[in-house]
Design a binder for this molecule. Structure first.
Ligand SMILES: [Fe+2]
Length: 438
């Protein structure tokens, strides 16, 4: 009885301190475990190594460490040191517990509070594939209203990849990436022009390769994107993929709600990576929001099986958000290299080369770039409105052409035996053309 009175009057008991520290540790493990389980969240830690993120990751260890440090201090004649450490541990436990619960609530609740307005879009269900519209080309590459003739120099008409009036594409595809709805720095006018140009050219499919929004957990930003897409390209078959910005802080929920309804399915079973066999091309999407954080054994095995099974008579096109070979720059804040991707290249390029991938199209870097290495052509199309990246300080040795500072999209026409690539400005002018044989 005397001992108990002493304990309560002099401070916290050992038991209280240890239990509260364990509760804080468990809560921080649950919060971090949930965050880490979200598609692409781990990439944030690698590419933006903020001190705050490291603190979140390890904060649960603080109170329990102090509680353990307090144990041998119990043997000292003077108890002030033990009491001080116990109080530090206890206060730390409260702070860690509150922060963990608040962050968990932030990650779960924020993406779900704002209603997502339903949009009338022609979304491509990966399990259903794409139908070619078998557009009858009128002349050159002006089908659907993109006026090349007004903008092309005579040299451009002879450029590699230019279509002749006799060419009849088997399939016409458009690609762009990184529109960043919701970013103050994005160019909304250019983004609208890109969508108007794509609507006018009526491709068989438009692939939007991620970073649809600036901050993935904001329903407001997704609503902005959906209302523009509905207004500008309601009848263009559309297939977006997930970018690192879309994935921020629980944004996967809104991505799926906006672009991958419950009745959609894919050959992989995942909404984030899948393959589409169009009959005249095989299109494979890989899930690389920042880099290889989601490229585990399951996705790798699926990719290898899919590439191996692809019809060698048809072009094999891979799309992703983060790139492989690319020019770029060192992140000014963290020094991370935003060029020739140090994770994606060793993990996936050997598979591309082994299985005869013809063309790889990605976003993430806000440039338009054409590259080629070991028989594989790479295109960067992060030019749909996001703030253009700075002049590259690193030039990829495999770069063939780059446009810095502009916006636009890429058209790919599937022709017998070749792919015709046209990088376009936001107003539809052909900036660069190339041919990829298959
Ligand atoms: Fe981006």
């Amino acid at each position: 009885m005397t001992q108990q009175i002493k304990r309560t009057t002099r401070g916290l008991s050992r038991r209280t301190v240890l239990i509260s520290a364990l509760v804080a540790l468990v809560l921080s493990i649950i919060m971090n475990g949930y965050f880490y389980s979200l598609e692409g969240a781990r990439g944030l830690y690698v590419w933006h190594p903020l001190l705050a993120l490291k603190v979140l990751l390890f904060m649960g260890l603080g109170p329990i460490s102090l509680a353990i440090v307090a144990l041998p201090l119990e043997k000292l004649a003077k108890k002030w040191a033990m009491r001080m450490v116990r109080w530090c541990s206890f206060i730390g436990s409260i702070l860690v517990s509150v922060a963990s619960i608040a962050l968990l609530a932030f990650l779960i609740i924020v993406p779900r509070v704002g209603p997502l307005e339903p949009a009338r879009l022609d979304l491509i269900n990966p399990s259903q594939g794409i139908q070619s519209q078998e557009v009858q080309m009128e002349a050159g590459f002006s089908a659907g209203g993109v006026k090349d003739s007004a903008t092309q120099s005579p040299e451009a008409e002879d450029a590699p990849g230019a279509l002749s009036p006799l060419d009849r594409p088997l399939l016409r595809l458009s690609f762009s990436s990184d529109p960043h709805w919701g970013a103050d720095t994005a160019n909304a006018t250019a983004r609208t022009q890109v969508l108007e140009g794509i609507a006018a050219s009526k491709p068989d499919a438009f692939f939007m390769l991620g970073d649809t929004v600036e901050t993935g957990n904001s329903a407001t930003q997704w609503n902005l994107a959906l209302s523009d897409l509905e207004a500008l390209i309601p009848n263009v078959p559309l297939r977006p993929i997930l970018g690192n910005h879309d994935a921020l802080f629980g944004g996967q929920y809104l991505y799926r709600k906006a672009f991958y309804p419950k009745d959609f399915s894919s050959d992989s079973g995942s909404p984030y990576y899948w393959s589409i066999n169009t009959g005249s091309a095989t299109i494979v999407a890989v899930d690389l929001p920042w880099g290889t954080e989601m490229f585990g054994a399951r996705q790798k095995a699926w990719l290898e099986k899919t590439l191996a099974a692809a019809d060698p008579r048809r072009p094999l096109i891979v799309v992703s958000h983060s790139y492989f070979y690319a020019s770029g720059y060192d992140d000014p804040d963290f020094g991370t290299p935003w060029y020739d991707h140090y994770q994606n290249i060793p993990a996936l390029v050997p598979l591309f080369e082994k299985y005869g991938v013809d063309l790889v199209i990605s976003g993430h870097n806000h440039y338009q770039e054409l590259l080629s290495h070991n028989g594989v052509t790479y295109a960067i199309v992060g030019s749909m409105g996001g703030l253009p990246d700075p002049e590259p300080s690193h030039h990829s040795p495999y770069s063939k052409w780059i446009d810095v500072g502009g916006h636009g999209w890429l058209d790919v026409s599937v022709l017998p035996g070749r792919l015709a690539l046209t990088f376009r400005s936001e107003t539809g002018e052909a900036r660069q053309r190339a041919t990829v044989g298959y």
